[in-house]
Ligand binder design. Structure first.
Ligand code: UTP
Length: 276
């Protein structure tokens, strides 16, 4: 029912400079696969095979990654090395890719608004690929869990996790009424609050299901924290007018937008997936 998934990948990734000076953060490899490919594989697993990339200047490597590389592929065709391409070929076979560009980095809300033409008037997923979510061996991926929840509630859903106090100011944070184990109806939402102003310790991470009325709400959302158009602010408006759910997902999330989280993810994937 939900077919499309938006990947806002226009950010500068300043926390990874100088690595990200000319290379997109989303192409940083966790062992042997770029972050964005993990995200796309998660979307495909959830049945979201129409991928929309909101890119920006200096991000061509992302679009190229999901396209054929003729010289390279010709060179290694028929050799044992061809096997290394199997995962990306599988992704390219199962999904389609469309791009649009965000001209100025005006925040996540603005990036999503830029994707409006690619989405149209239907519910869609959003993946921030610097949040690497793994649920290996434990069942469905995070986006897949959220799609199942959407079928039941038919409203926007944000993935949440409990975070320690000293981390709270890095996230959007929700307050909510518990509907069931792990499912909250959002009553408040604050972007990157100081710990004493945080409404709870339930932090929003980079997985969303959004209903398309969010676009008009974003259009009418003024710049918020850091002068950026914040998706959190638009979601709060949506929550007040109707319903937004917070969903405590099953699985592990690594903040690969930070060096510490990236190294942690690399060790985890190397030991548990790559070496198997
Ligand atoms: P982040 O704030 O984590 O990414 O945005 P960043 O700005 O690239 O990283 P730092 O803080 O400078 O190191 C979360 C996601 O939203 C996208 C980013 O690409 C990232 O995937 N984003 C953010 C946009 O696409 N456009 C924006 O204007 C802002």
């Amino acid at each position: 029912m939900i077919k499309k998934c938006l990947f806002p990948v226009a950010g500068y990734g300043t926390r990874f400079l100088p690595a990200t000076k000319s290379m997109p953060k989303e192409m940083l490899p966790v062992v042997n696969k770029p972050l964005v490919q993990y995200g796309v594989e998660e979307a495909i697993e959830a049945g979201l095979t129409e991928i929309g990339l909101v890119t920006g200047r200096g991000k061509r490597a992302i679009a190229d990654h999901f396209d054929v590389s003729y010289e390279l592929e010709h060179q290694i065709a028929g050799t044992s090395k061809e096997e290394f391409l199997s995962s990306i070929r599988d992704v390219m076979h199962k999904a389609t890719f469309s791009m649009t560009r965000q001209q100025e980095m005006r925040g996540l809300g603005d990036a999503i608004l830029n994707g409006r033409r690619l989405i149209g008037d239907e519910p869609f997923g959003v993946v921030l690929s610097d949040d690497l979510c793994l649920n290996s061996g434990e069942g469905d991926g995070v986006l897949s869990q959220m799609v199942q929840l959407y079928k039941q509630f038919r409203c926007s859903i944000v993935a949440i996790q409990e975070v320690p106090e000293d981390q709270i100011s890095k996230f959007g944070v929700i307050a909510g009424e518990k509907l069931k184990d792990g499912i909250f109806q959002v009553t408040d939402m604050v972007e990157k609050p100081p710990v004493e102003e945080a409404p709870s310790n339930l932090a929003i991470i980079g997985r969303y299901i959004l209903t398309p009325d969010i676009f008009e709400i974003i259009e009418n959302t003024p710049p918020g924290k850091n002068g950026e158009i914040q998706l959190t602010d638009a979601l709060l408006t949506q929550a007040k007018a109707g319903c937004v759910l917070g969903y405590k997902f099953k699985g592990t999330r690594f903040d690969c937008g930070s060096v510490d989280g990236f190294v942690e993810a690399t060790n985890f994937v190397y030991n548990n997936i790559y070496k198997g």
